[in-house]
Design a protein around this ligand. Sequence first.
Ligand code: AMP
Length: 375
Amino acid sequence: MSVNTLNGERKLKTIGIIGAGQLGLMLTEAVHGAGARTVVLDPDPQAPAGRAADERIVAAYDDAAALEELCRRSDAVTYEFENVPGSVLIPLAERYCIPQGFRPLYDSQDRLREKDNARSHGLRTPAYAAVDDEASLRSAVARIGLPSVLKTRTLGYDGHGQAVLRTEADIEKALPMLAVPCILEEFVRFDYEASVVLVSDGRRTIHFPIGRNVHRDGILDLCAVPAEGMDAALGARMAAESRRFMEACGYRGILAIEYFVRGDEFYFNEMAPRPHNSGHYTIEGCTTDQYRELAHYLLGMPLEEPRLVAPTVMKNILGQDLAAAEAVAAEAREGVFVHLYGKSQSRPKRKMGHITFVGMTAPEYEAAWADRFVK
Ligand code: AMP
């Protein structure tokens, strides 16, 4: 992607990315594939996308001057980090090209606002209530019942900032969480979890095949596509409602929505206006992937409807599984794609990479591969 300058030189387009983690890394690879460049901003000088990007800015996500510099160097800016403050991003969005805008971030930064927004746009959610102190917690428990899940309204991720309440003792234990505003949610006894990733340019909305997700300790462990056990009508309804939701909210760019599925009903859990962990499988599992479609959107190129190439399973590699993943990589097996993000520090529960198994179903993965990783 380039524009011709007066002296005939090609000036490549530049995509700015707020955040330089693995999502920024894979987005950078897709932007490069489209013939453009990236500049990333991240407080960590060792962040994975920093090495792949054409330029990087080492600064905090709320550093207004650094974010302005990112915008100045970019033809379009996107984010892989959700907690960029509106006070910084909104003024920048008025002066620079941030085509997704602040709205989808704003709507997803607070779990209460996120669920209110989902509900007001027609998506079913688990029962929930705002909780600010012990009295409101107790009245929310009286209404919603036990078990239920107490979550901080902001800054929670991968199961951080949440507690399952099953007994009176759990309520007592959770009281310190109320130092910040919280939300109490009905504990959904779901059959399974599922997610859908969509990309919209305002004229056309595409979506990737729905994944069935398994979380462990609040962190995504596996994503299998097609979603086993999901009947076609439910899948079609989930895709159609997700698309209608995205369009009704007026969101552009990328959106991932996570659902709980119970019987023939599904419940909105949360959304993220950025590439999603459950969409990693699309890189090899689909004819086009979430990063490529986001890159195309940001570069003003047409979107392409993805198709699944073959049944695919994605296994997340956390620190405790890094050695096993390296061993799998060394075997160079057909249809097994090992992605390691090159993070300099490995820790249990830190996302270090993922493996995509193309041409494999979830039961086949369980029978042949699951034992290679920490249970
Ligand atoms: P979240 O960060 O809200 O996506 O939560 C992480 C994981 O915790 C989810 O993917 C579920 O596996 C589990 N979880 C969160 N909220 C609930 C809920 N209301 N009912 C049952 N499980 C939940």
